[in-house]
Design a binder for this molecule. Structure first.
Ligand code: BGP
Length: 512
């Protein structure tokens, strides 16, 4: 990782800074029933395009990308009646060579991706791993290295073998912790020397809002049709505990198997502002911060933080621990901190400790000083610098930006080109603030744009919400040639990377 002592604090980023992009298996691979892969929960998640959402009154911020016991049974019984976009992804399983070549052309030094657990163990807990699945990732990693790209691998990015979800309720069960440890050990041994950077669970804090997507927990749909994930704090924190133990076990294993590799956490960082200067609003910010930091506090410091105990008391959380859990958490800490950063939030005092809003994708209170994306996500580059300082101040560990970006709608020409100036503006402003954070002394060693190639949205399974520098000719329903194209942002990011972050100007972009 980067040694900030050698950084000259000039216009460019530190030498060796990792520029790149991030994806997830369930959003790109497709080939859901090929190569010996077993079914995953995400294979039963349906398209929620704008029309459907408007018709059914569905708003972002709820558990969009999940299933309940009832909806899963209904979808399994009537497979033909539904569109399951994550089954097709963008066909990366077959196109990875060309896709990685395009990433290489942009000058990527890092490609964050995830392994599909059910491609390695089709049921999640099989006696033997699936050799075809293991060989696929060998080929992907080799292809990355061919183009000078370091693969960075998330062990679990919103991914759960269906069998483990249906039979064991995902991370609600210790059986799944054991299965995860074996899966992690299998891939660590196989890819030793090929993969230097790992991370355990994507946006682990989403257990608050959506334990299904994040942890493979399938609950019953309440009879009143309400949100199955509202409240239920004792169960959610038990799932979180199991997942934190699983994360720590993976860290311990990697350090045993490959001492030259690094492993990090991955937190959806929610940076909060108080609505007013009222101390109570600021107190709410403190509460919300605690609930967000909680996961990273355990993963980086190796113990439960003091503040969570009050919450456990107030909400009747009594964790079931197994002997050795606390020692495992202590020993299995992460080597670096990784976050996704998309936006900031505004907090108003609610009269009691209440983490309910955390994990929601949209704030209830709009920030009048910020523009928003078409999906209503506030755009806050300065908040990015603030959050990086907060993280470094708290942990003093190297930081990797796992995700940052904006989803937009676009019109492409027949070559797949479009002038996606909104992506460029978002990147420019965030990279400039990231540079400021480096000048502040924050140790950041890499930046991954979310979705450098258009992919299936995590929240709604749309293709319409595009993040990529590389376009994909595919619509929400899977129509299109799948052909890749280069957008204006492709040339912008290429130029930015070539200058190691020094050239963020938008007026000298060369379209080749
Ligand atoms: C993060 C997820 C990603 C990704 C991103 C954008 O929460 O880690 O998987 O998809 O958000 O969200 P969306 O795809 O819903 O626009």
């Amino acid at each position: 990782m980067i040694d900030l002592d050698t950084y000259d604090f000039g216009d460019a980023f530190p030498k060796g800074f990792l520029w790149g992009g991030a994806t997830a298996a369930n959003q790109i691979e497709g080939a859901w029933n090929e190569g010996g892969r077993g079914p995953a929960v995400s294979d039963y998640v349906i398209l929620l395009d704008r029309e459907t959402c408007a018709r059914e009154g569905i708003v972002e911020g709820g558990p969009l990308n999940s299933v309940t016991r009832q909806s899963l049974a209904e979808r399994k019984a009537n497979e033909d009646a539904y569109d399951f976009p994550k089954r097709r992804g963008i066909d990366f399983y077959h196109t990875y060579k060309d896709d990685i070549a395009l990433l290489g052309e942009m000058g990527f030094g890092v490609f964050r991706m995830s392994i599909s657990w059910s491609r390695i163990f089709p049921n999640g807990d099989d006696a033997q791993p699936n050799e075809e699945g293991l060989a696929f990732y060998d080929a992907v990693f080799d292809e990355c290295h061919k183009h000078g790209i370091e693969p960075m691998v998330t062990l679990n990015h919103f991914d759960m073998p269906l069998h483990l979800a249906e039979e064991y309720n995902g991370f609600a069960s210790r059986h799944v912790v054991d299965a995860f440890e074996r899966y992690a050990e299998t891939v660590f041994r196989r890819y030793k020397g090929k993969v230097k950077y790992w991370m355990t669970f994507n946006e682990i804090n989403h257990v608050y809002a959506n334990p299904c997507t994040c942890c493979g927990v399938i609950w019953d749909q309440p009879e009143d049709g309400g949100n199955p994930y509202a409240g239920r704090w004792p169960e959610k924190f038990q799932v979180a505990h199991n997942q934190l133990v699983a994360s720590a076990k993976a860290c311990i294993k990697l350090h045993e198997i490959d001492p030259d590799a690094y492993i990090g956490n991955m937190l959806c960082r929610l940076e909060n502002y108080a609505e007013t200067s009222k101390p109570e609003d600021q107190l709410q910010v403190l509460f919300e911060d605690h609930f967000n930091w909680f996961f990273t506090d355990v993963q980086a410091k190796g113990e439960y933080p003091y503040y969570i105990k009050r919450f456990f008391r107030d909400y009747g959380v009594e964790l079931q621990m197994e002997p050795g859990d606390l020692e495992t958490l202590k020993k299995g800490t992460v080597d670096y901190i990784s976050i996704s950063y998309y936006m900031t939030y505004i907090m108003r005092y609610k009269g009691k400790i209440s983490p309910e809003p955390s994990g929601k994708l949209l704030t209830e209170i709009k920030n009048q000083y910020l523009d928003q994306t078409e999906w209503g996500w506030p755009i806050d580059p300065v908040g990015f610098r603030i959050t990086l300082n907060h993280i470094y101040d708290r942990y003093h560990l190297p930081i990797f930006i796992s995700e940052n970006g904006n989803g937009i709608t676009e019109e492409r020409d027949e070559n797949g080109y479009c002038a996606d100036d909104a992506h460029i503006a978002y990147m420019k402003e965030h990279v400039e603030q990231l540079h400021q954070a480096l000048l502040d002394g924050v140790d950041v060693f890499g930046y991954a744009w979310w979705g450098p190639i258009d992919l299936i949205s995590s929240g709604t399974s749309e293709m319409t919400k595009r993040y990529g520098q590389i376009s994909v000719d595919q619509d929400d329903h899977g129509n299109g040639t799948g052909k890749r194209g280069k957008k204006k942002s492709f040339y912008y990011y290429k130029k930015l990377i070539a200058s190691n972050g020094a050239d963020t100007s938008t007026d000298n972009i060369v379209i080749e």
